[in-house]
Ligand binder design. Structure first.
Ligand SMILES: [Zn+2]
Ligand SMILES: [Zn+2]
Length: 245
């Protein structure tokens, strides 16, 4: 499934059966790691469409994504495939549940650079809808070296987590983004009564609650929409070392 040639994230090439160089620990793609860190994901329906890709202008998103692709020498961080074009960026979110109420914080932890096939492992529900759920799951199992029982257990845990997360509304903590001001796509508007809340008509399946609108709020960065700059709202998580749900 992964071929016989793997690229390390520093650009070196390894062939199947060769001994890994000792100094390569930090630059191994997921598939060559003893314990891969890539595990797939199910994004809560209530957070669908709030990705950086959906939120930011093309220019901003490129300015974030392109340097990251260069940093890993155009190599998929999961499978070690080298692609000069077409590598995609996937946001790895941490979901922080509130002690009371239903407003959670979705904190951007990292952005992974992935080929299209590996990116699908992080959107399993979408892969199912698009008719390549089975092969995507096979890929995830091969990458993680899981048997069917472990894969089933993983799916149970992810489904349970997703169902729990679906009962919350999410603010996006974008503190780690390396830009001073973010530019928001014009398909979003400010909420008429809550100027710090962004809204747009929902485009996503299963998201027709709340009158077909989708809402989000940005923490940790100032942002511009329609020429109006909105100052940053500090994230309550600032300085908080992982209390991830
Ligand atoms: Zn890949
Ligand atoms: Zn993604």
């Amino acid at each position: 499934m992964f071929g016989n040639t793997f690229h390390l994230l520093d650009g070196r090439v390894i062939h199947r059966g060769e001994v890994l160089p000792k100094d390569a620990v930090t630059v191994l793609p997921g598939v060559l790691r003893q314990r891969p860190v890539f595990c797939g994901d199910l994004i809560p329906v209530s957070a669908h469409g709030s990705s950086l890709y959906n939120l930011l202008t093309d220019k901003d998103w490129s300015a974030i994504r392109k340097p990251l692709i260069e940093t890993v020498n155009q190599v998929c961080q999961a499978c070690g495939r080298h692609q000069r074009r077409y590598l995609q960026a996937h946001e790895l979110w941490e979901y922080h549940l509130p002690e009371t109420g239903n407003q959670g914080i979705q904190r951007l932890g990292e952005i992974a650079i992935l080929c299209k096939d590996c990116h699908a492992m992080f959107h399993l529900a979408l892969a199912d809808l698009q008719g390549h759920g089975e092969e995507t799951m096979q890929r995830l199992m091969a990458l993680q070296r899981w048997d069917t029982a472990t894969a089933a257990l993983f799916l149970d845990i992810m489904n349970e987590r997703r169902d729990c997360h679906n009962t919350f509304a999410w603010s996006l903590d974008l503190s780690i983004v390396d830009m001073d001001v973010l530019h928001i796509q014009p398909k979003w508007q400010c909420h008429p009564e809550l100027p710090n809340v962004l809204q747009r008509p929902s485009e996503h399946w299963g998201c027709s609650r709340q009158g077909g609108m989708q809402y989000t709020a940005i923490l940790g960065k100032s942002w511009v929409l329609d020429g109006m700059e909105h100052p940053a709202i500090a994230s309550p998580l600032e300085g908080d070392v992982r209390s991830v749900a």
